[in-house]
Design a protein around this ligand. Structure first.
Ligand code: GCU
Length: 611
């Protein structure tokens, strides 16, 4: 059932213009529910620290040559006869699993940072000759140069977000070869930059798939509740193809008895605006997902979407117009099962099960977009999600390319997850030093995010400081605090800042009339190491930090939740203390082999007691 009026038509216009200007070019959404051919499995690989397969001996890129020399690895050249000189051969080279990082698969690549070439050969017969075919990468860390049957498809920068390229015109029925030059070298002007406190896993770290579509197909859509009217479902649908103007797209939500059609504009885009008084709102206690079906010609796409509103109301956070306390935990995307970068449904399930066991209704996915399984599972499990862009510590704020890179990574995660009810907060950054260039950088990212997605909240993990020079009174002195919807900060009183009892000496003077989230607090402990609560690295010390911190934070009037650091011990090359850290950050409430530490139960009891 559909109703229209002039104001609504004006709003549609605004909606369309905004999305037109800011939409990420051609990212195909919801590959979860599309017909795909997986390219996961064994790939051949060549380790190329000197990038000998990319540059000639004059350090000129082969790909810039009219006829790239055989030395170019992306040509996958084979000797024509016994006299021919080719100094590499993918098919005789070792194999490696995709998806996964190379560090935990190959011992000699554990600390390797540089270029590795991947090659996958496959046959593919289209189901319909007029169809189009795309290769879709869920993530490649960090820079991917992608070639298909010897031709450059393009490049992608950013290790945690999806991208796709069309291969229709290059595709053969058999013996196709897809080659990816993966380079995870850390760089000053990159995002993230040189130093982080997590392991720089390299490789094709998430699924790779071929997507076959009709010549004209449904490429993108955004279907969410209008935050201002929880009986209105708004958004858009975007077609891709040469014949997409003035087309009917049918939208069906059977459980709401909604069946309607919209007509695209000259650019193949149509606004969606549906009404219902019978919406079963998605919430942490009732993670109800509707089947939503979009149909255009012979292209039909299904998704499971929850409808909820998330807003701030003064110092409170409101889910579906009622106040909610975010009982959270921070998580790194590391597989608790295999070690290494997490990528599978099982990895996600294990991490979110532990969060549920802890009594959480919320998780902070740090410090970069995690895989899509995490947010799709959070949708099903009723867990609220904070997603973060890897703008971490000291980024090259004045560098325009760095900004574009950061903005692009943000666009990609927003486009991938904008239909997920569980995702409520987009975080722009973590622990970034205040300065004018930084403030401008983050403020522009926030503006960009609001333009792309007006339905969610914006935050960032800021840092606290002394109030007017008095170290016993803490505050947030950061102009970016005026830009965010939710004021979040990390604090480590009792670990980096004094001993646990110091928590009792600290008061907070937070002047902003906004909801406050503590995005990090915690302490390190080696599982099984016991002693008095003043002995660092014992479970008792960590336990006491939690006891004291939970008491201290109650003193923050605007407190609406937190996500302590961190669910599970995780790998970090910065953590080298023998017999304690051994390459791990030990602030987990669970050890890397799955054992729960004493502090786990302190937080669980706190959450179980909090309604
Ligand atoms: C920081 C940072 C984390 C880091 C943590 C720690 O606050 O955001 O990435 O791991 O502190 O020092 O353990």
């Amino acid at each position: 059932m559909v109703k229209k009026n002039s104001i609504t038509l004006f709003l549609i216009g605004v909606f369309l213009v905004f999305f037109q200007l800011n939409a990420q070019e051609n990212l195909i959404v919801n590959t979860y529910n599309r017909t795909v051919k997986s390219l996961n499995g064994q790939w051949n690989y060549i380790v190329d620290p000197y990038e000998n397969g990319f540059y000639n001996y004059r350090y000129e890129p082969f790909e810039n040559q009219e006829n790239p020399a055989n030395g170019a690895f992306f040509t996958n050249a084979k000797p024509k006869d016994k006299t021919d000189l080719i100094e590499y051969d993918f098919d005789l080279s070792d194999v490696i699993e995709v998806p996964s990082d190379w560090n935990t698969q190959k011992e000699n690549l554990y600390y390797y940072e540089g270029t590795v070439w991947y090659k996958k050969s496959f046959d593919f017969v289209k189901t319909n000759q007029t169809n189009r075919v795309f290769v879709y990468f869920e993530a490649v860390n960090y820079q991917a140069d992608v070639y298909f049957n010897g031709k450059k498809l393009g490049k992608h920068i950013g290790g945690f977000t999806p991208f796709n390229f069309e291969v229709t015109d290059l595709l053969k029925e058999s013996d196709n070869f897809l080659i990816v030059k993966v380079d995870n070298k850390r760089k000053k002007d990159a995002v993230p930059t040189l130093n982080t406190d997590w392991f720089n896993y390299g490789g094709i770290t998430r699924d790779v798939k071929l997507i076959e579509t009709s010549a004209n197909f449904i490429q993108d859509y955004f279907i969410q509740l209008n935050p201002k009217n929880n009986q209105q479902i708004s958004g858009f649908v975007q077609l891709n193809g040469t014949n997409i103007a003035n087309k009917e797209v049918f939208i069906t939500i059977p459980a709401l008895k909604i069946k309607t059609k919209v007509v695209t504009n000259a650019k193949g885009k149509a606004a969606i605006e549906l009404y219902s008084k019978k919406i079963n709102y998605w919430s942490t206690k009732n993670p109800y997902l509707y089947d939503v079906i979009l149909k255009f010609g012979d292209d039909e796409l299904k998704d499971q979407i929850g409808f909820r509103t998330i807003k701030t109301n003064g110092q409170e956070i409101h889910l579906n117009n009622s106040k909610i306390f975010l009982k959270g935990i921070s998580i790194h995307e590391e597989s608790p099962i295999r070690g290494g970068r997490g990528y599978s449904v099982e990895d996600a399930q294990q991490l979110l099960n532990w969060a549920k066991e802890l009594g959480c209704n919320y998780v902070r996915l740090a410090h970069y977009p995690h895989n899509e399984h995490m947010v799709r599972l959070a949708d099903k499990m009723g867990i609220l999600v904070w997603e973060e862009n890897p703008v971490y510590w000291t980024i090259a704020w004045d560098n325009k390319e760095t900004y574009k890179n950061a903005e692009n990574q943000l666009s990609e995660v927003i486009n991938r997850d904008k239909n997920r009810a569980s995702v409520i907060i987009w975080s722009m950054a973590n622990e970034t030093p205040t300065s004018e260039p930084r403030n401008i950088f983050l403020t522009n990212l926030a503006k960009h995010t609001r333009a792309l997605d007006p339905t969610r909240l914006i935050s960032a993990a800021l840092e606290q400081s002394n109030y007017q020079g008095d170290s016993s009174v803490r505050t947030i002195h950061d102009s970016f605090a005026d830009v965010v919807d939710v004021l979040s900060f990390n604090q480590y009183v009792g670990w980096y800042d004094g001993l646990p009892e110091k928590c009792g000496q600290i008061t907070w003077k937070i002047t902003q009339n906004k909801p406050v989230l503590i995005s990090e607090f915690g302490a390190g402990a080696k599982v099984g190491l016991h002693g008095d609560k003043l002995t660092r690295w014992t479970e008792e010390y960590q336990e006491d930090v939690y006891v004291q911190t939970l008491k201290m934070l109650e003193g923050i009037e605007q407190l609406q939740g937190f996500s302590p650091w961190i669910l599970v011990d995780f790998k970090s090359p910065r953590r080298v203390l023998p017999k304690i850290q051994d390459g791990y950050n030990r602030k987990g409430l669970i050890s890397d082999d799955g054992q729960k530490k004493k502090a786990f139960y302190v937080l669980k009891n706190f959450y179980d007691a909090k309604n």
